[in-house]
Structure formats: C-alpha cells, structure tokens
Design a protein around this ligand. Structure first.
Ligand code: AMP
Length: 318
C-alpha cells in the first residue's frame, strides 16, 4: 500500500517536473551492471563507462548517502544501517533504484554500481524492467584473485570526495604527488609532511579504517554468498562479461570497452584518459529521490526496532 502510494507520488513529481518517463521511449536503453568484490575497481572504472555511453552512474552507496544527508527519516535509517555495516533493507533500496531509473537522465540507459547485491534485488530489477519490455544489457564482472584484493586494500588511499588512489597496486592510479621510491605518508595532524594528495580535488589522502585484511575477508565472503547467485542469474541470460581486473587500470578499461563493443557493435569508445565524473543526480532527480526515500521509510520504520539513544550525529555516516 505504502509502496504503491510512493510510486504514484514519485510519478507525479516526475510528470510535473520533467513531463516524461525515460522507460517509455522507443530507443533501446543500455542497461549495464558492474559487479566485483571490494577493491576490484568498480568505483574507479565506472566513471569512464558512464561518460562514454552518456548515461548516469547510479552508485547505490552514494544514492543512499545522499538520502542520509538529506535528513529524511528514510535517509537516517539507511545511514544507521550503513554505519552498522549491514545492507540497507531491500524494500528501501529497490524503491530508490526503481524511481531513479525512471528519471529523464536515464533515457539512454544507466550504469548500476552496487546493485543488485542479492538474488532478490536482481529479480525485482528484472521484473521492473520487464514492465517496459526491457532487460539488462551487460553485466560486467570484475574478477580479482584474493591476493590482488589484499594488495589493493593494504595500499588504497582515499580522499574525502571518495576518489581512490594507491601507492602500490597494479589496477589503481598512483597520485602524481607521490614521487617514485618515496614512502607514502599522510596524517591529518601533520599535513606538512603529507605526500599523497588527490590529483583532482587536491585533498589529502587517507587510509580507510575498514581497509584491513580482517574486514576484507568478511566482505569478500559476503560478496560471494550474496552476489554469486546474481551473476549466475545473468549468466543464464548471456549478459555476463567477465573482466580480468587484476591488470593495469588502462588495460582493464580497454577490456571493458571490448566487452561492451562486442555486446553492441554501435557502441562508443571509452574515454581515452581516466575520467573524473561525479555521479550526482540533477537537482530535480535529487529532489524526487529524497521524496522517494521519505515515502519508503513508512514501510521500513515499522519493521525496524527503534533506538532512541542514537543522536543525529551517530546516525549519519562519515
Ligand atoms: P558502498 O558504497 O557500495 O560500499 O555501499 C555503502 C553501503 O550502502 C553498504 O554497506 C550498504 O549498507 C548500502 N548499500 C549499497 N548498495 C546496497 C544494496 N544494493 N543493497 C543494500 N544496501 C546497499
């Protein structure tokens, strides 16, 4: 009941603000999913793919964080769940994605990063697409052996804007500020001696607290148990494109290009250079997304235990 009301509300918002729904167009949309274990490079590779196809990069982690920052009750619940390190309830994520992919900037297609994460989400996605006679075009699966993932997390450096760099990992970019042979260092209390800066934002780079071998091990196990069935589902549809992502960044990008070109002969070439491309929805999209998330909370809030001891600050993710 609440979900149906939510769908109607979002449709109304979209009708008023955009006058159209992307899924109803005659042109076939390019619907790409990118999947991979933690540190496989989905976040690094996605911007070039999205730019080449002129489609938005729908990163569900970012979408949920934006909902959190919007301060809506749904956003705060999503924030709390993200902080706990658990997946956000399927009903909230499914609805947020279903509403987002109807927005006008998805008229040529979209790239899903972080969704679907389990078989139930994949089924909902397929069912939603089937309503408009569509299906997923390509599922890019970035494969990296455990040894590579370990090397990646132990050498990953991240800026506050979320861009990822490395001081020693084949598939990530080394920032220009780190001179060859120097020991990487950057401490918030001693920025004068920092030698790891984001090339694009000029922010200092830091090591994430969850970038350690124990957390990686847990996250990889969860990835395999929940996402392997998703991959098998799309393999049965001949949509899976396996990519060796344990190679130089540019080589991985070229392999992705080849896979997408093979899938669709008229495809565009990927950007020649690494691309900084923010996955930020338009103001209209962001407003509708926040409204959508607010409605979704009415479904979620009564199925979740309340914790009155949590302050607003504690609810927000970093
Ligand atoms: P990420 O930025 O992909 O690491 O995602 C951050 C957090 O967002 C995850 O830990 C989950 O709590 C939540 N999240 C992102 N995508 C999904 C999804 N498809 N289903 C449920 N929760 C998700």
């Amino acid at each position: 009941m609440a979900v149906s009301a939510q769908a109607k509300f979002v449709a109304l918002v979209l009708a008023v603000t955009s006058g159209g729904c992307a899924a109803s167009g005659a042109e076939k949309r390019k619907i790409i999913i990118i999947l991979g274990p933690p540190c496989a490079g989905c976040g690094s590779q996605s911007p070039s793919i999205a730019k080449a196809w002129n489609i938005p990069h729908l990163d569900t982690g970012n979408m949920l964080r934006e909902a959190a920052l919007s301060g809506t009750p749904a956003g705060l619940i999503a924030a709390k769940m993200m902080k706990e390190g658990v997946l956000v309830t399927d009903s909230i994520v499914n609805q947020v994605v279903a509403d987002r992919m109807k927005m006008p900037d998805c008229s040529k297609g979209f790239l899903l990063d972080g969704y679907p994460r389990n078989a139930a989400q994949a089924k909902i996605l397929d069912d939603n697409l089937a309503k408009t006679g569509e299906k997923v075009s390509d599922v890019l699966v970035l494969n990296v052996p455990m040894k590579g993932l370990q090397q990646c997390v132990m050498h990953r450096w991240t800026s506050d804007s979320g861009f990822e760099w490395t001081n020693d990992y084949v598939a990530f970019r080394v920032p220009k500020s780190l001179t060859a042979g120097a020991t990487a260092q950057c401490d918030a209390n001693d920025l004068a001696h920092c030698n790891m800066w984001d090339d694009w934002t000029k922010e200092p780079l830091f090591r994430r607290a969850d970038d350690n071998l124990v957390t990686l091990d847990q996250r990889v196990k969860i990835y395999h148990s929940t996402t392997d069935p998703v991959i098998e589902q799309y393999r049965a549809q001949n949509a899976v494109r396996d990519i060796n992502a344990h190679q130089a960044f540019a080589t991985v990008r070229a392999d992705i290009q080849e896979a997408l070109v093979h899938s669709e002969p008229s495809s565009l070439a990927l950007a020649a250079e690494p691309t900084r491309y923010a996955a930020v929805p338009s103001p209209v999209a962001a407003a509708a997304l926040a409204a959508s998330a607010a409605f979704a909370v009415f479904v979620a809030v009564f199925s979740r235990p309340r914790n009155n001891d949590l302050s607003l600050t504690e609810l927000l993710v970093e």
